[in-house]
Design a protein around this ligand. Structure first.
Ligand code: HEC
Length: 173
């Protein structure tokens, strides 16, 4: 094999490699687009305030913070569940809770310092983007958050309300 041919073969191989990489990158980009969050403001608030405990995609951390990938979708489709979501971020929660048969007993801080808009957006991100609530379910509005903000309760009452809600939803607690 001549040196010149070898060089030609190398550049051909390189060109092919570039084509293959480009072709492979294409569907990956398309998949990323498909999973782009619907609630982008909520996603930003989540990254800044919630990821540290609940994990990047709300998967939770064993015995530390519960996953947010299932129950919030059930909550948002129920009137008391919608209040529960707002109460949890406005007043926090502590005490033993069960999520998908696993126990958690640590403190969820309150985020009352965030605006009604920011809290509605972060909860919509959790319920629709992370927990995949059905798209025909009504999103939470700033007014929904304001209504719960106007009736302050303690973090322990949030857990008691959750317990009644889970019974209504037929979930173990
Ligand atoms: C310091 C850690 C921490 C941070 C930060 C945090 N959480 Fe939590 N979260 C928890 C813990 C712990 C619980 C469970 C509390 C318990 O055991 O009573 C919880 C519970 C919840 C629940 C209730 C889940 C259920 O099944 O009822 C929701 C919803 C939630 N968090 C959303 C959020 C959102 C949204 C943010 C950001 C704005 C956030 N959390 C930030 C630790 C945290």
């Amino acid at each position: 094999m001549s040196r010149r041919f070898a060089r030609g073969a190398t550049s051909l191989a390189l060109a092919l490699a570039v084509l293959v990489v480009t072709a492979l990158a294409q569907p990956a980009l398309a998949a990323d687009d498909a999973t782009a969050p619907r609630y982008t403001d909520g996603a930003t608030t989540f990254q800044a305030n919630c990821v540290v405990c609940h994990g990047r995609y709300g998967v939770g951390q064993p015995s530390l913070a519960p996953p947010l990938t299932d129950y919030p979708a059930r909550y948002i489709a129920n009137a008391e569940g919608r209040r529960q979501l707002a109460m949890t971020v406005l007043y926090g929660m502590f005490g033993d809770i069960t999520v998908q048969q696993k126990h958690y007993n640590f403190r969820m801080p309150q985020f009352a310092q965030l605006s009604d808009d920011a809290l509605a957006a972060v909860l919509n991100y959790v319920a629709f983007d992370l927990a995949h609530a059905s798209a025909d379910t009504a999103a939470l509005s700033a007014a929904d958050i304001a209504a719960v903000r106007s009736q302050p309760v303690g973090a322990d009452a949030v857990r008691v309300h959750r317990s009644a809600l889970l019974t209504d939803l037929g979930l173990a607690n």
